[in-house]
Design a protein around this ligand. Structure first.
Ligand code: AMP
Ligand code: FE
Ligand code: FE
Ligand code: ZN
Length: 273
């Protein structure tokens, strides 16, 4: 059974609806995928209908943007059942995201680029607004060559349009996921040296590591898989599909090989599904 456990929809900064993702996953021959939008679970509402329509297993998840000792750390949470504390936190994060992106848009506009916050919000549509939406507006209006160029020139940390995020401590996200009955997993540990935080996260209750990710080389993935085994963590695999962008993989392009056991939370979800 093949699963892609890291996928974004238009409820955050992905391009496709949950239904379109299910259709595409079917076409790629996946057994299922996890919906892991940034800081939102709004897409969960479409899971029952999309999974029935396409006979596709869709695991409810989320991807929190957090900080630990100055590193950007993304924490995936799967199968939370107690939604109330989660929803409260997500509402707070949505407000902070909006303020940050508004500030970034103002900075970029002051640099002489023809862009307004209303345009960025329109681009985000129903999605949690983020830097990719600024990139999309700039590219669509011809202010930059491509979305990637917008990141390279303006949006990456250290570039003139950047505004840091009000940090959400990684260990708090891990604790919240556990409190909600979910399973916390470290996303793409190879990005921004997030792997340096593994021990802190394990102390907080981390259960797994996304050893296989589109941004990892074969060598780094093997290293993370070995580290997970050493620390008693399970491993997952995910493409981080968004539907655009060079830093992300194609849907279904990263899955566990047939000899690797599925993560326990997935086994459990399959039994209940
Ligand atoms: P935000 O949540 O607003 O900080 O935006 C983060 C998102 O921007 C990531 O999830 C990626 O989708 C995208 N992103 C971050 N860095 C880059 C980059 N260097 N090139 C392209 N996309 C990026
Ligand atoms: Fe993203
Ligand atoms: Fe991420
Ligand atoms: Zn992601």
């Amino acid at each position: 059974m093949k699963f892609d456990l890291h996928v974004h929809s238009f409820y955050s900064d992905g391009v496709k609806s949950v239904f379109e993702l299910a259709a595409a996953a079917k076409e790629k021959g996946l057994s299922g995928f996890a919906l892991t939008d940034h800081d939102t679970i709004d897409g969960w509402q479409d899971i029952p209908a999309a999974s029935a329509e396409y006979d596709m297993i869709i695991v409810p998840g989320v991807e929190f943007s957090t900080k630990s000792e100055g590193h950007t750390v993304h924490i995936l949470g799967y199968c939370m059942t107690d939604i109330e504390p989660l929803s409260e936190k997500l509402a707070d994060l949505a407000m902070k995201r909006r303020k940050r992106i508004e500030k970034m848009t103002e900075k970029i506009s002051a640099l002489g680029y023809d862009i307004t916050f209303d345009e960025v919000l329109a681009e985000a549509g129903r999605g949690t607004v983020g830097r990719p939406h600024i990139a999309a507006v700039l590219a669509e209006k011809g202010c930059v060559r491509s979305r990637q160029a917008a990141f390279d020139k303006l949006l990456e940390r250290g570039k003139p349009g950047y505004v840091p995020r009000d940090p959400y401590p990684s260990v708090e996200a891990v604790a919240l996921i556990l409190r909600c009955g979910g399973v916390p997993v470290l996303a793409h540990p190879g990005l921004d040296e997030a792997f340096l935080q593994i021990d802190n996260l394990v102390d907080a209750g981390l259960k797994g590591i996304e050893a296989y990710h589109s941004a990892h080389t074969v060598k780094t993935a093997a290293k993370f898989a070995a580290e997970a085994a050493e620390k008693g963590l399970f491993i997952t695999a995910g493409s981080d599909y968004h539907g655009f962008g060079e830093v992300h993989g194609q849907l279904g392009s990263v899955t566990l090989d047939e000899n690797t056991p599925l993560p326990p939370f997935l086994e459990k979800y399959l039994k209940g599904a």
